[in-house]
Ligand binder design. Sequence first.
Ligand code: GLC
Length: 487
Amino acid sequence: MKNTKILYVAAECMPFAAAGGLGDVIGSLPAAIRSVQKLQADIRVALPLYGCIGKEVRTQLKREVEFPVRLSWRTQPCCVYSLRRDGILYYFIENEYYFGRDTIYGYPDDGERFAFFSMAVLDMLEYIGYYPDILHAHDWQGALAILYRTFLYSGRRGYDSIKTVFTMHNIEYQGRFSMDMLEDVFALSPAHAKAAGWAGEINLMQGAIALSDRITTVSPAYAKEIRTPSMGHGLDSVLCRHSARLSGILNGIDYAYYNPASDPDLACPYTGASVRRKKDNKSFLQKALGLPWKKDIPLFAVISRLVGHKGMDLLCQAAQRLLTEQDAQLIVLGTGETQFEAFFAQLEKSFPQKMRALIKYDRALSKQIYAAADFFLMPSASEPCGLAQMIACRYGTIPIVRETGGLSDSIKPLVIKKDRVQGCGLTFAKYSTDALYEKITQALDIYKNSHLHEKLAAQIMEQDFSWHTSAGAYIDLYNIVFPCKYT
Ligand code: GLC
């Protein structure tokens, strides 16, 4: 891999702009690849310069180049800025009209915005005279970079030798648009309709699946699940057809950022040996949130997008039952579908002494909750990978998860035999409130045995969810895509 040039193309990247797990991954995978390689692999990342990217970043940016980008009949200006951090070069694609907005997604013209982004990234390569060996695009927002590279830039000097990898972080979000937009918005021609479409619509994810040299998703279990009709969201047959190029690589988490021993956001940093100090973090948080200040009440946490596939319907019912029947506290942090936001807000009103619904996205607060909580609830209906269960383990908070996708790849079920404990979480298979509640009851039993609880908390902190192994798996994949004599 020596000197291999890799360009990541994605809509999110920590610490600059993130709405979920994709931001974590793009913010940590490139650096992990670099550190495993211990050499000068030339790694760069391209993302839009969103309005929400703050001054502290903007003042450090270097202006690289400015050029017009043509998207069908439109021409829009684009300015590219760069920033080097920890050996990675970040390119920020600026266009005030498309990206000078408060949030990353959620606009009626999202298709056009990310078409502009992909086109601008490809145009940029010629202006800066840099052609990656591997273009690694993520999710539907990056998929067009692969379509454009194949359809619009082939035959152009520098572009033909670019190999492509496409990673799906969640097959539910495919980038589906009306076929009418093919030429007008996406600047493709009717000849591309077959490759860029599926089931009568434009489907950017399926286009990238069909055209990239390798396809990955974010856990081995999910790579299998999405090839079945019940979990493939209509793309199962496409994925089966291309399965020789498909693999699942489990995400890791950034062990420097998520480190309870030195986390600046915690009231009381701790390690496995001092895991008892989680209780001090609990008291701190209870006080900060105005909950009764009790060290000996079990605290459950949910940190998630509040959307259907995260198992919110089970959570709503189980939470109601937990707070009605038990002396326990619950904190929910996240935003999402109105019905779930409203449900948890109402639950807080019904149980003001036991429950807080924090309807927002707040990274510092999320770490304070991981540190304070005893148990972490994640009963996802489907879960491509999931990072929260790994972060929970890192902070000694016992996860309660449904066995699906990355949750089953990362959380091995707890087996407690006298003095020996194996596994790192309470897991259940059936998607039902009763199955979840049974595990909550087991968690309450564990909590009553403080010696066992502490031992478990310390033990799960030792699990290795760092990028080390998975970065190696990506490097193996890059070596297949772009064989290089220097490996
Ligand atoms: C998406 C998935 C999540 C995964 C993350 C990062 O948000 O829903 O399971 O961990 O992407 O790959």
